[in-house]
Ligand binder design. Structure first.
Ligand SMILES: Nc1ncnc2c1ncn2[C@@H]1O[C@H](COP(=O)(O)OP(=O)(O)OP(=O)(O)O)[C@@H](O)[C@H]1O
Ligand SMILES: [Mg+2]
Length: 351
């Protein structure tokens, strides 16, 4: 009897520079993280309450080489032992994406490695394959991508196959968390700050509006954000919009909890409805806002099928998820060339 041989391990270096974090990671077979380096610019941008694009790209230029070097060192592999380099190609900030893509091209050329351009939202989805013992996919999957720049619903019928159902018409959910945090005098990024404040608040303190947009799969979060602004102004008539810190006496915890409840309610109701309608085998939730415990609990409670969410540390941008998405693309035969360019406004379903 011939002994059963297992396929050789595939090791991919992922590079992520779509926004304000410089990431480099090595992942084996799309699931096993050998290293995952993230150099965050959070503090640099915190003073502006959001990401300052030119500073972000300049900062990536300084951190990309140390990030890649550390990722290689911690993986205990040499560049020759890699099978490919996968890099975020879009969507994102053009000046930031260029830094990662150029670094990947340099490596690809120097080491003779295949290069793969990866969609940032696809990489968020593949954060769900990381650290999994086995591939537990149950297609069709209903994907909710809920992050700083996106709030989208997709039906994923197989690896790399997406149909977009709808998305936000205005603010992304994470963006609404960030803006409302600012109104309440909480730090950036707003999501974790609101979640922490909401823990000691009453979610029924104010019933903020829920834009359910029942005739579509779209979302809208600008209404709830404006409702919080009106509530803050009503309670503090002297407070000019956006001027921090709010006067003492503002019930920050209660307003944070009420805002979070409205956002979680809308995300949960629409996702559950879509999962039923498209007979999803599972719900995949990814992106920064998927770290929110209230959202996790509501989805687990109401979903008609299993729900998968990334480990907390892999919800926000990281390079391990880029390498994981790169693995599935590599296995399906994708190979890009050195004229690979960034696509700052790339649509996932177009690909
Ligand atoms: N616990 C949390 N609750 C709610 N929101 C959160 C939480 N943790 C992070 N966020 C939000 O997640 C967002 C960051 O997520 P992510 O890094 O995926 O976004 P991005 O990369 O900027 O956007 P995109 O992926 O759409 O390009 C921020 O808006 C942040 O406030
Ligand atoms: Mg992201």
């Amino acid at each position: 009897m011939t002994p059963k041989t297992s396929p050789p391990d595939v090791r991919i270096l992922g590079i992520e520079t779509s926004c304000d974090d410089t990431g480099a990671a090595v992942v084996e077979n799309g699931t096993r993280i050998l290293s995952n380096i993230l150099i965050s610019q959070g503090e640099l941008h915190a003073q502006y309450g959001g990401v300052f694009p030119e500073m972000a790209s300049r900062s990536h230029v300084e951190t990309i080489e140390p990030a890649i070097r550390r990722a290689m060192e911690e993986s205990h592999l040499s560049v020759e032992e890699l099978d490919a380099v996968a890099v975020t190609r879009g969507p994102g900030l053009a000046g930031s994406l260029v830094v990662g893509v150029n670094a990947a091209k340099g490596l690809s050329l120097a080491a003779g490695l295949p290069i793969l351009g990866i969609h940032h939202l696809e990489s968020h989805i593949y954060s769900l394959w990381l650290s999994q013992e086995e591939s537990p996919e149950r297609f069709p999957a209903l994907c909710l991508i809920v992050s700083g720049g996106h709030t989208d619903l997709y039906v994923m019928s197989g690896h790399g196959q997406y149909r977009r159902l709808g998305g936000t018409l205005d603010d992304a959910a994470g963006e609404a968390f960030d803006k409302v945090a600012r109104l309440l005098g909480l730090p950036y990024p707003g999501g974790p700050a609101i979640e922490a404040a909401a823990r000691s608040g009453n979610p029924e303190f104010v019933r903020f509006p829920r834009a359910l947009l029942d005739d579509s799969w779209n979302f809208s979060f600008s209404g709830v954000k404006t409702a919080v602004l009106r509530e803050v102004r009503r309670r503090q008539p002297n407070l000019a919009a956006g001027i921090n810190p709010p006067e003492p006496g503002l019930p920050v915890e209660n307003l944070a909890a009420s805002f979070q409840a409205a956002v979680v309610d809308v995300l949960t109701k629409k996702t559950v409805r879509a999962a039923r309608e498209f007979q999803a085998g599972e719900i995949l939730v990814a992106g920064g806002v998927s770290a929110n415990q209230a959202l996790r609990e509501a989805l687990q409670r109401d979903a008609p099928c299993p729900v998968r969410m990334p480990p907390l540390e892999l919800c926000t941008d990281n390079a391990a998820m880029v390498a994981a998405a790169g693995y599935f693309r590599f296995q399906s035969g994708q190979r890009d060339t050195l004229d690979l360019d960034v696509v700052p406004d790339w649509d996932l379903a177009e690909d």
